[in-house]
Write a protein that binds this ligand. Structure first.
Ligand code: ASP
Length: 362
């Protein structure tokens, strides 16, 4: 395929981007997005790669997506892999970061580009962000069909590593950020990609295998002052296998609360894997840093470092799918598997210095 002009498959799952104003409010309408793309001159420009739209039935608001839909997307990529040079997943913004994270674990190896995009306003609106998000994603896929390997998310002139993204704004066109990993690319006058931030693919590309997620029971839970241990017991109760624990600051929790620590310890002893991530948008949850974090580590909680909740959840689903023991899941969840995590020895030297200084206070 790559000898001729690049061919792109657009997997259209739904979202605001293709919605139509109807008497019942905005809703996705079958064929509407394609009709508009076909009617807009920029989508017919010579430098826009040839694309074909595969529309999901039904089209969904991404709030309704489940691991079953992740699997449908992953299978479309796998089944049409030989026929296309790149894949554009058109998706609602609300859970796009979850899908991007999940696909990065589900599709391996991935030697061709997959970009997720969507928009805050429908393509039909005058001030829409859909046009530039769609067009630039198509241009990126058409320009770098062989180099832009892996799962990415493009939004508002930024190309991000998919499993580093999170939705940060419900109103702005800058809806996404990649708080702990710099953008992979920027669309200004030029389309600039920092290739050191893109995983090297194999040539010729090998077809991916798909791991279905959703078989395990995992969840996420945000700590808050005043949390009762009984409540935590419920969160950790069977059949739960893994929990992403959104901790304070650098991975801190109410370590003076014995009932809280007991709940964690008992769940760990039952085989529940508890991964600490940080509530602040930026930074890392490292349980070695403070006594309050070490109390968590003593109760069996492991550091999720700078993973987003979205990536940590997807990773837990993925690791349990491999039928690993809880011990093995605990070990692997702390390692960088798909570029989703910065290992503690690779954090910037200034942060390293701060860590060593803080360690002196313990
Ligand atoms: N609720 C919509 C969705 O996620 C929002 C959007 O697309 O921006 O499908």
């Amino acid at each position: 395929m790559s000898d001729s002009s690049p061919q792109i498959l657009v997997a259209y799952t739904g979202g605001t981007i293709g919605m139509k104003a109807t008497e019942e409010g905005h809703k996705p309408v079958s064929g509407y997005l394609q009709k508009q793309m076909a009617a807009l001159p920029p989508f017919q420009a010579a430098d826009v790669p040839t694309y074909e739209v595969h529309e999901f039935d039904p089209l969904l608001d991404s709030s309704n997506l489940t691991p079953d839909e992740w699997l449908r997307v992953a299978r479309v990529v796998r089944d049409r892999y030989e026929d296309y040079d790149g894949f554009l997943v058109v998706h609602g913004t609300d859970t796009m970061a979850f899908t991007a994270s999940a696909l990065s674990f589900m599709l391996q190896p991935l030697d061709k580009p997959v970009i997720l995009t969507g928009s805050q306003l429908p393509l039909a609106e005058t001030r829409t962000d859909a046009r530039s998000n769609l067009l630039t994603s198509l241009l990126l896929l058409g320009t770098y069909p062989e180099r832009l390997t892996g799962v990415h998310l493009f939004f508002n002139d930024r190309l991000y590593r998919g499993n580093r993204t999170t939705k940060v704004n419900a109103d702005s066109f800058s809806a996404f950020d990649s708080p702990n990993f710099p953008p992979v690319g920027r669309a200004g006058i030029d389309l600039d990609v920092d290739w050191s931030r893109v995983p090297a693919g194999q040539t010729p590309p090998r077809a991916p295998t798909v791991t279905a997620l959703g078989g395990a029971t995992v969840s996420a839970f945000r700590l808050f002052p005043g949390l009762e241990a009984d409540y935590l017991d419920n969160v950790l109760a069977p059949p739960v296998q893994g929990v992403v624990l959104e901790c304070f600051g650098s991975g801190n929790a109410p370590a003076q609360n014995d009932a809280f620590l007991r709940a964690l310890r008992e769940a760990t002893a039952r085989g529940v894997v508890i991964v600490a991530v940080t509530q602040p948008l930026r930074g890392t949850a490292d349980l070695d840093l403070y006594a309050t974090g070490q109390a968590l580590a003593d109760a069996g909680v492991v550091s999720g470092y700078d993973m987003t909740t979205e990536a940590a959840l997807a990773k837990l689903y993925f690791l349990f799918e491999q039928r690993y023991t809880p011990e093995k899941v605990r070990s692997l969840v702390q390692q960088n598997l798909r570029g989703e995590l910065t290992p503690p020895d690779e954090v910037s030297s200034s942060l390293g210095r701060a860590r060593r200084r803080l360690a002196g206070y313990q």
